[in-house]
Design a protein around this ligand. Structure first.
Ligand code: SAM
Ligand code: MD0
Ligand code: SF4
Length: 348
């Protein structure tokens, strides 16, 4: 298809062209799209795939996102892990071979009350003890707090808009401010932190909305860009909304790759577990996220238990599958070298 050839030449696709490619239903055309995404990925990354450890250490939240299991009004069992235990878990993940530690939490009122003192300490200790880069996923926080995390040398700030359609945002992230959320992200970038932006698939968006998101992610200078299929959560207002067919997520991954050739693009184990790894890598992603240590009582965000305790979401398991596919698990040094390049490009 001519749009695909254009992307392979390194030209940025227009919104209309992205919509055309998102509309593909023909199997051969879809395979052409995925093959192009793999070709574009290989140019920058070769066969190497990165792996992120995931530590979701507090599931308390002051917000009421309609799609989320951990929304405030959901009557569920929650945990806030003791800081010492969080550090131990991170060390364990580091020893298992992950390249980055993603420290994630609900917008826990306890942390907000103490001005994030324990989270700052957790991030500091984990950096010291593991030497690995750290990503922080804290929800919306103040500029002052972002300054503090920047001073600690936190490498990444992850905060997903989910959609760049303000109407849809309002219905998903109820009583939250679109601009405030976007501001936190842009401020972190301004402070020299790499940012991750993301969208949710299957929440009432159309192809135009998705194309706009893909282009907006480019505009804001996100270095990591993601999509996850919506998974219905028990007890939430969207409990009976169906999860979308996975072709949509896979096409979006491929288009993210074509529009953001050098970006880090997750294949999240949190949507379909380890079963979902190969197809996501095959459509152009290059980071496996949501690697969780087994038997620790830690949860995922979209699938709170799938494959975790069975040991399915481990470096060992992921590496074996990657090798079988002819891909190669990267090293921590490969990862550090790559993000150093991103920092240099961002002028830091
Ligand atoms: N509480 C912080 C926040 O919302 O930014 C940090 C957690 S963040 C990692 C939670 C992300 O998981 C959401 O931004 C959303 O993209 C994803 N997520 C949550 N619930 C989901 C669901 N039901 N299906 C798919 N993805 C979901
Ligand atoms: C993931 N469960 O990557 C994680 C999460 C938070 N930064 C990431 C959505 O699948
Ligand atoms: Fe809280 Fe994040 Fe879930 Fe929203 S997505 S309810 S902010 S944990």
């Amino acid at each position: 298809m001519k749009e695909i050839e254009k992307a392979i030449r390194g030209e940025v696709l227009t919104k209309e062209e992205i919509v055309t490619l998102l509309s593909i239903t023909d199997k051969n055309e879809m395979e052409e799209l995925f093959a192009a995404a793999r070709q574009v990925r290989e140019k920058t990354f070769g066969k190497k795939i990165f792996m992120y450890g995931f530590v979701y250490f507090s599931t308390w939240c002051r917000n009421n996102c309609n799609f989320c299991y951990y929304r405030k009004s959901n009557n569920i069992e929650r945990y806030r892990k003791d800081p010492k235990e969080v550090v131990e878990l991170a060390v364990r993940l580091a020893e298992s071979g992950v390249h980055l530690l993603d420290l994630t939490m609900g917008e826990d009122p306890t942390y907000h009350k103490e001005n994030f003192a324990s989270v700052l300490k957790i991030a500091e200790d984990i950096k010291k003890e593991t030497g690995l880069p750290v990503m922080l996923s804290p929800g919306v926080i103040s500029d002052e707090l972002i300054d503090s995390f920047a001073e600690l040398g936190v490498e990444w700030f992850a905060l997903y808009q989910e959609t760049h359609n303000r109407e849809i945002f309002k219905n998903l992230r109820i009583n939250q401010d679109y601009d405030e959320r976007m501001h936190a992200k842009l401020y972190a970038k301004e402070k020299g932190i790499l940012i991750e932006e993301g969208l949710l698939a299957g929440i009432g968006e159309n192809y135009e909305d998705i194309a706009e998101s893909i282009l907006e992610m480019k505009k804001i200078g996100a270095s990591q860009v993601r999509v996850m299929s919506f998974i219905p959560q028990k007890g939430s207002p969207m409990e009976s909304v169906h999860t979308p067919g996975r072709e949509l997520e896979l096409k979006i991954i491929a288009l993210l790759r074509l529009v953001h050739p050098k970006a880090l693009i997750p294949a999240s184990l949190d949507v379909d577990g380890i079963e979902g790894l190969q197809c996501r890598i095959d459509s152009g992603s290059n980071v496996v996220t949501s690697i969780i240590p087994p038997l620790t009582g830690l949860a995922g965000v979209a699938q709170n238990s799938m494959d975790v305790d069975e040991g399915g979401r481990t470096v060992q398991e992921v590496s074996a599958i990657l090798r079988e596919m002819g891909m190669e698990p990267a090293t921590a040094l490969d990862y550090r070298t790559y993000i150093d390049q991103l920092f240099a490009e961002n002028g830091k």
